[in-house]
Design a protein around this ligand. Structure first.
Ligand SMILES: [Zn+2]
Length: 158
């Protein structure tokens, strides 16, 4: 007969369970992003160049490297500009008798100007929307003093 020696040790299992992160104001963040401000603090700038998103806010140090706006701002601008220009062309065609040369100058210039003017605010709003909804890489970022907490997992006795 053999004797068994067992040692009972209390082990702590750490888990990454943490409380639900605080909700962010989506509309406020998108407005701040649309005017080129940091969606978090509204003090720092969101862009370093025309459409280049800053890697980190100069004021609150919010990390913007996870942004993945990709082609969405361009598609949205295309949608907006298309509706304005096509509606304008149809309205002018129906109500006025413009010579063809005017059409060939006014509409391409209007398309170009509207596109260049609308791209930064639309991209800023899209980046801010991703930040506010904690999409992509923004999902794991804590807000301010809200640090990710490690705490013991619930212990279940069999
Ligand atoms: Zn900021």
């Amino acid at each position: 007969m053999t004797s068994k020696s067992t040692s009972v040790t209390e082990s702590i299992v750490w888990s990454q369970d943490k409380p639900e992160p605080a909700k962010r104001d989506v509309a406020q963040a998108m407005l701040r992003g649309a005017i080129g401000h940091c969606p978090h603090c509204n003090k720092g700038k969101l862009f370093t160049k025309y459409l280049k998103v800053t890697p980190q806010c100069s004021e609150c140090h919010e990390d913007y490297t996870p942004n993945r706006s990709d082609d969405l701002p361009a598609y949205l601008v295309l949608l907006i500009v298309g509706h304005i220009v096509v509606g304008g062309m149809m309205s002018v065609e129906a109500n006025y008798d413009w010579p063809t040369q005017w059409h060939s100058i006014v509409w391409p210039v209007l398309c170009t100007v509207l596109t260049l003017v609308l791209l930064p605010p639309v991209k800023g709003a899209v980046v801010a929307l991703q930040w506010a909804l904690r999409m992509h890489g923004f999902s794991n970022q804590p807000d301010g003093d809200e640090l990710p907490a490690l705490r013991p997992a619930p212990h279940h006795d069999a």
